[in-house]
Design a protein around this ligand. Sequence first.
Ligand SMILES: *Cc1c(COP(=O)(O)O)cnc(C)c1O
Length: 224
Amino acid sequence: MSIAEEIEQIKSNLPNHVSLVAVSKTKPAELLMEAYKCGQRAFGENKVQEMVWKYEALPKDIEWHFIGHLQSNKVKYIAPFVHLIHGVDSFKLLKAIDTEANKAKRIISCLLQFHIAEEETKFGLSMDEATEMLNSDEFKGLEHVNISGVMGMATYTDDENQIRKEFASLKTNFEKIKSDFFAKKPEFKEVSMGMSGDYLIAVQEGSTMIRVGSIIFGMRNYPI
Ligand SMILES: *Cc1c(COP(=O)(O)O)cnc(C)c1O
């Protein structure tokens, strides 16, 4: 299937309230343009330099989603244009985003990344860490970030039940944080979960935003 057909196919599986971020990391600009031409505007990247050159090379109405682990000292390169930072996994990073958003005269939307997988390698906050951060006065003073929801990655496994359980736990975290801290903030609404191998399960468990790469653009040459 072509890129356009793959995108159509995925979208036909999605309820209206679930959006698709096309994960284009490692892929050349021509392939992103193919997706762009059939209406796709949200693209996900996980390397700062790659996102910057693609931003410079491609149409300006693209929404750039940063989906990887972001180092605090690199926030400045994407702050002027990034649409949503999915992987906020420390208070230090959130403070750096606030500082750089201020310099860029923007308010940057962010998702809190939770550690829901069994693997040690996946980044993310625990519920305790998130709660402590959200309760702090320092957090309340941040004026240039807009916390729009949560993000997580399930364990890389064939065990569907395990994946389902992990996604359900992210959804539970979302509901708890929403009622404890964002009850009056309609912008806190996104649950970013689901990739090529597990997005249908993620949608069933309450995802509002899926991040799909290899189904659309083909396998990547190296795993990242
Ligand atoms: C690469 C990546 C994706 C997309 O993975 P696919 O399996 O290619 O769909 C989604 N989310 C994150 C955080 C990623 O790094």
